[in-house]
Design a protein around this ligand. Structure first.
Ligand code: SAH
Length: 212
């Protein structure tokens, strides 16, 4: 799995940059046992570079995309990170190996509770999981050095950008929730100005709203 991630990053240096995926991200991926985050009957596929169903119509993301998104937010030392879309808890676990604190929101209660149990069982004590709609972010947990959104929407929720620190980064699939999305990276400058760029095409499950 780790080799595949390195190969992808080499094939498309425009996405991850010339140096490929950062070493701390590769280390976090290598140290995290993905089979513990997927249903038992899928465990044999856990190290293939593909998304897998986790129940409730949701998926655990493809490992390469988890690595790329973690790389793109370039976490500084002692980072506080917000994730929207906890799902299995796998992306949160990768972030938690690099950051000081991860706050993650999941809209499907059963998934949020299962992820909470998985992460607790593995001894992660720097991940806070909230059950609810992540559209408004989590200001009490922030401000954030990075925001990682793992569900697709046609626009970036403004509050998520608001809760980013200066020099913080947000990564999110933006586009049609039923099609292909642009993996979008927003950087906030020291002056609070934002710049946006695209880092390839991806396919994520929809970002739903509590009223849906
Ligand atoms: N990061 C996850 C991937 C989960 S797929 C992992 O590593 O396994 C995306 C998740 O986003 C799904 O679990 C879905 O229920 C959740 N989601 C969708 N809309 C949401 C919203 N508005 N707020 C919080 N979570 C949401």
């Amino acid at each position: 799995m780790i080799e595949t991630i390195r190969d992808y990053a080499r094939i498309d240096p425009a996405l991850a940059g010339e140096g490929g995926i950062a070493a701390n991200v590769i280390d976090a991926m290598a140290q995290t046992r993905r089979h513990l985050f997927v249903p038992k009957n899928r465990a044999s596929l856990a190290y293939a570079d593909r998304p897998l169903p986790i129940g409730h119509g949701q998926t655990i993301s493809q490992p390469y995309i988890v690595a790329l998104m973690t790389h793109l937010v370039r976490l500084p030392e002692n980072a506080t990170v917000l994730e929207i879309g906890t799902g299995s808890g796998y992306q949160a676990a990768i972030l938690a190996r690099i950051a000081s604190k991860v706050c993650t929101i999941e809209i499907i209660p059963e998934l949020g509770e299962r992820a909470r149990a998985t992460l607790k069982g593995l001894g992660y004590d720097n991940v806070d999981i909230r059950i609810g709609d992540g559209y408004q972010g989590w200001p009490e947990c922030g401000p954030f050095d990075a925001v990682v959104v793992t569900a697709a929407l046609g626009h970036v929720p403004p509050k998520l950008v608001e809760q980013l620190k200066e020099e913080g980064r947000l990564v999110m699939p933006v586009g049609s929730p039923s099609g292909i999305q642009r993996l979008t990276v927003i950087e906030k400058s020291a002056a609070g100005k934002t710049t946006t760029r695209e880092a390839g095409r991806v396919r994520f499950v929809p970002f739903t709203r509590s009223g849906d």
